[in-house]
Ligand binder design. Structure first.
Ligand code: GRF
Length: 214
């Protein structure tokens, strides 16, 4: 089966992007990274993508002001030029409109540094510590118009340690992110993920526990 053409959308560092690129280096992986697109011209991840000889594009959101759909039409033009089939948001710091999300329903993934539905939004690690949770983690989910919502594809947890700071916790969660994002993209690229109401089914079943997913 042809590998699915994937765009990774970034705004900054791009460590999840690197994890996806490395996974897709394996010819047996069912997706290829066909485009890295950033809304930030200075995003560090762009340089890495160029070194990896991956096509890159910049669509700066600033000239579009408050007109989010106009910005997204420019994104969409790039995605069409590169014949993209699946999008992975990886630290992409723009909210997407229902119009754009609808265009990509079931083919638009995001990674969030918390065990959703807990700790949507920013500063998840500090908030997890403040809440005293014992387990924290990361989630890859399909994107719906509400931020950090949408059917969960893969989730994995880390234990919170008594001496954790937001930084130490973030580092352990980031390792988990780099492991589960390639797993989730693989499942979607293989066509094994179905949406059933608010949930994802993988191979026809709801994912039973956090770490049991391939
Ligand atoms: C990650 O923690 C991701 O979960 C969140 O933004 C961060 C991006 O990091 N959505 P990177 O750019 O992939 O290194």
């Amino acid at each position: 089966m042809a590998r699915k053409r994937v765009a990774i959308l970034i705004s900054g560092r791009g460590s999840n992007m690197v994890a996806l690129i490395e996974a897709a280096d394996d010819p047996a992986y069912p997706a290829e990274i066909a485009l890295v697109l950033s809304n930030e011209p200075a995003a560090h991840g762009l340089a890495h993508a160029r070194r990896a000889r991956i096509a890159t594009a910049v669509v700066d959101h600033r000239p579009f002001g408050k007109d989010r759909e106009a910005f997204e039409r420019a994104l969409q033009a790039e995605l069409e030029t590169h014949r993209i089939e699946i999008i992975c948001l990886a630290g992409f710091m723009r909210l997407l409109t229902p119009w754009f999300v609808g265009l990509w329903q079931g083919r638009l993934l995001n990674i969030h540094p918390a065990l959703l539905p807990a700790f949507k939004g920013l500063n998840t690690h500090a908030r997890a510590l403040a809440a005293g949770v014992k387990q924290h983690g990361a989630t890859v989910h399909l994107v719906v118009p509400e931020m950090d919502s949408g059917p969960i594809i893969v989730q994995a947890s880390v234990e919170v340690r008594p001496d954790d700071t937001p930084q130490t916790l973030a580092a352990r969660v980031l390792d988990v992110e780099h492991r589960i994002y390639p797993q989730a993209l693989k499942l979607v690229a293989q066509g094994r993920v179905q949406i059933a109401g608010d949930r994802c089914l993988v191979d026809g079943v709801a994912v039973p526990t956090a770490d049991a997913t391939p």
